[in-house]
Ligand binder design. Structure first.
Ligand code: ATP
Ligand code: MG
Length: 764
């Protein structure tokens, strides 16, 4: 099975079952049905990969259908951008269709419904219609126009179509009477979508980008979608989860117009959400129109055009969505999951070259004229693309550019870069020993001096660019567009824009890049993955976009300040980031590992699961039941394995859905995360339900002050000296007290409640 074949994909199973059963004589026809009211975003990319991918897998076909039934905000520019995005992702529509071409057919069908008594013209206002729909618990009120004669309905509908009535004067509604055996009143359908839904509304003065002013009425989504699917012979009509309540209406309309089985069916999956971004086209349009970004293709935008301009490869997105799979549970994908996938893709195709983004000059005594050094493009553990060159030669003269922060005249302990008296290797080049630096009046370092040395042992390796032949370049360091995980949830999402989402730097890049094809991807060693901006980069003025940083720089920011990691002194030192938990895995296992990380499992946990198919299969069951990849991974890899000790997984009595239930109990606060491990241990030993295990072992979270006070009092009474010191200002003792209380209060104690109570008590 190739990497891009979807794995965790229940839709594939549905299609496979239909093919197997011969439901459509083996035919599989899907469609991607966007509204051309904006540029497509990464959520659309998932839908594209899914629809085209499924059809491809079963030898079927996929149409691009513009769902252009709403004249407002649609345009040819957006329609073009959609087709462009589909093609860039590597797919070709079997046919390009427009719902607006079906207006005549939809209208004829509507007349048919009127004749059958299944639709009527309602002359109530929008407001009246809304108010008479009822509520989930109460039936609505039938419209006074509900029993208009067929003739009158046909006449009014025709007049609406010809533009003889103003907007809002009338609508056409389906008449969904309770059928035989239904025990609800008129306008009392338990599914509100079926309480005489609107089919047409008047938009007399709106101009449609394709149909011009021909039409004065426009069909609503539900009255267009299934019919469009039927016209095109679609078999599987895939849409996002929020449309599951529309499915009965989808089927009702098909019944009403007389489409018989085997016919198109709707299937829903959970839409793709990504944190630190917004996804609705309306919000994306606000960003563009408000000038907050440079356009729809600004590399910070989650649009396909933006990702493309940033340098993301279509292969990376296809693989990302195949690895991610689809589910029926709405959730949000962490941006690290996407960034991981981008790095995983670029790692195999990006040449390792050198650029300096914050340059300061280093002169080297002992270098005469210009020498050349041979420099391989690829580290040992990467198999480069077949046609890729292996190496280049680099000029090295007596002056090179290095990064300003690769020098310190007051280095911290463990410093592996330049400092007076310290020797480092210039990547691919000689070892130099630092002699010192010159400063200007303001104290800024202007120049660093070094000399060639043969005897000093290098402490590290730094990258450099020859000062004579290096090419000036600017570097666009892109970061998250928003500074909060859920900008759409903020009152004003524009106020959560990240002010540092673009930092532009100027420096130098090695001369070898001058003649590379424009789409070459690079890893600028120790800096990140880049490519040339396709619009702004010119031969004499190179502009590089950072596609993704080397490792998650945001996660690092949250860690306590550690000395920046420098590469190992060995040659060739692939600049190493933090330890790679997958280093011991086989190639096959590594693929599994990558897919798990992409789906949100922690790296350490993914490495364990990748190497252990039995454990992984249990994990998959826990994930399906819980919808929480990170938590399910941690529970299975840490808590469950700890509970098992040396025993085999087959000795465990824990059911997967009960392990998932433990996560649910943590989520709703019944169980603290600390106590979850104990609950897992109880399930392993005794089986049964998670609730029963919590009950038996008395693990339920303890939060009430009454219950926690004895432990707090005891902890304070036993440590009078520490209490005095804390009160005298030694605040770092707080953690000590928390530990003391937790030990006395037992596993169920909620750390947050403990902290709160302690704070009060210690205050005096
Ligand atoms: P938006 O609200 O962002 O404009 P939309 O759903 O209105 O999105 P459409 O143009 O109607 O956009 O969507 C075209 C197709 O793409 C639909 O089949 C829709 O289900 C799918 N799609 C849209 N957003 C996502 C998403 N976030 N994840 C997966 N599929 C999506
Ligand atoms: Mg839409």
């Amino acid at each position: 099975m190739d990497r891009e074949t979807p794995k965790n994909n229940f839709l594939r199973d549905i299609v496979a079952a239909d093919v197997e059963a011969g439901t459509y004589d083996g035919r599989v026809v899907t469609r991607f049905p966007p509204e051309p009211n904006g540029y497509p975003h990464i959520g659309h990319a998932q839908s594209i990969c899914l629809n085209f991918g499924l059809a491809e897998q079963f030898g079927g076909a996929t149409n691009l259908r513009y769902d252009d039934t709403n004249p407002e905000a649609e345009s040819q520019e957006f329609a073009d951008a959609l087709l462009d995005a589909v093609r860039w992702l590597g797919f070709e529509p079997a046919e390009v269709r427009y719902a607006s071409d079906y207006f005549e057919q939809f209208y004829a069908w509507a007349q048919g419904l009127v004749r059958k008594g299944l639709a009527y013209v309602d002359s109530q206002s929008d407001e009246e219609i809304r108010q008479t729909r009822g509520t989930v618990t109460e039936a609505g009120t039938p419209s006074p126009y509900r029993d208009r004669s067929v003739e009158e309905n046909l006449r009014l509908l025709e007049e609406m179509k010809r533009g003889e009535h103003p907007d809002g004067a009338h609508v056409l509604r389906a008449k969904v009477d309770p059928g035989p055996g239904d025990d609800w009143p008129v306008m009392g359908h338990p599914n509100m979508k079926l309480r005489d839904p609107l089919m047409y509304r008047i938009r007399r003065d709106a101009h449609h980008y394709r149909r011009g002013d021909e039409w004065a009425i426009y069909p609503l989504y539900d009255w267009a979608h299934g019919q469009g699917d039927a016209i095109e012979g679609i078999t599987h009509s895939i849409c996002t989860l929020e449309f599951d309540v529309n499915r009965p209406l989808y089927d009702w309309y098909l019944d009403a117009i007389g489409v018989e089985e085997p016919r198109n069916h709707q299937h829903e999956f959970a839409r793709f959400n990504l944190d630190y971004t917004v996804m609705s086209k309306r919000k994306l349009r606000q960003l563009v129109e408000g000038g907050h970004v440079s356009g729809w293709d600004d590399p910070r935008m989650p649009t396909i055009a933006g990702l493309r301009r940033r340098g993301v490869r279509p292969e990376a997105l296809r693989r990302f969505f195949a690895d991610l799979g689809v589910t029926k549970v709405n959730g949000s994908v962490e941006i690290q999951q996407l960034e991981y996938a981008l790095r995983d893709d670029l790692n195999h195709v990006a040449r390792r070259v050198m650029a300096v983004t914050d340059p300061v000059k280093l002169t080297i005594e002992g270098v005469d004229g210009t020498t050349e050094v041979d420099a391989p493009y690829w580290p040992h553990d990467v198999t480069p693309p077949a046609s890729a060159p292996e190496s280049r030669t680099l000029p090295l003269s007596a002056a090179v550019w290095i990064e300003r922060d690769d020098f310190s005249d007051d280095p911290p302990k463990g410093w592996k870069r330049l400092a007076p008296g310290v020797a480092v290797r210039l990547r691919h080049g000689p070892v130099v020993e630092c002699l010192g630096a010159e400063r200007d009046e303001a104290g800024e370092i202007t120049h660093i001096h070094a000399r060639l040395t043969e005897d000093a042992k290098p402490t590290g390796v730094i990258h450099w660019v020859d000062a004579e032949q290096g090419l000036p370049a600017s570097f666009r360091m892109y970061d998250r567009l928003f500074s909060v995980p859920d900008p759409a949830g903020a009152d004003d999402f524009l106020s959560t824009l990240n002010p540092d989402s673009l930092v532009e730097k100027t420096g130098y890049v090695e001369p070898s890049v001058a003649d590379d094809p424009p789409d070459t991807r690079y890893q600028f060693e120790r800096i990140g993955y880049f490519w040339r901006d396709p619009e702004d980069s010119l031969p004499g003025a190179l502009v590089f976009n950072r596609i993704v940083a080397l490792r998650d720089s945001w996660a690092k920011k949250e860690e306590p300040a550690a000395p920046a990691s420098a590469p190992e002194p060995k040659e060739p030192a692939a600049p190493a980031g933090p330890r790679d938990p997958a280093s011991a895995l086989s190639d096959k296992e590594r693929e599994t590992y990558s897919a798990l990380v992409v789906r949100g499992v922690g790296e350490e946990e993914a490495a364990v699961l990748a190497a252990d198919p039995t454990l992984r299969s249990l994990f998959e069951s826990v994930l399906t039941a819980s919808g929480k990849p990170r938590e399910a991974g941690a529970l299975v890899v840490h808590d469950l394995r700890r509970a098992l000790g040396d025993r085999d997984l087959s000795d465990s009595k824990a059911e997967a859905d009960q392990l998932a239930a433990v996560l649910g109990l943590v989520d709703d606060g019944t169980l603290t995360r600390n106590a979850a491990g104990e609950a897992v241990a109880a399930l392993v030993e005794e089986g049964g339900t998670a609730e029963a295990a919590v009950e038996r072992r008395g693990l339920a979270a303890v939060r009430s002050a009454d219950a926690l006070t004895p432990a707090v009092d005891a902890a304070l009474a036993d440590n009078p000296d520490e209490v005095a010191r804390y009160r005298a200002g030694e605040e770092r003792l707080f953690g000590f007290f928390v530990g003391q209380v937790m030990r006395r209060a037992g596993k169920g104690a909620d750390p947050r409640a403990v902290q709160e109570l302690l704070r009060q008590r210690l205050a005096g």
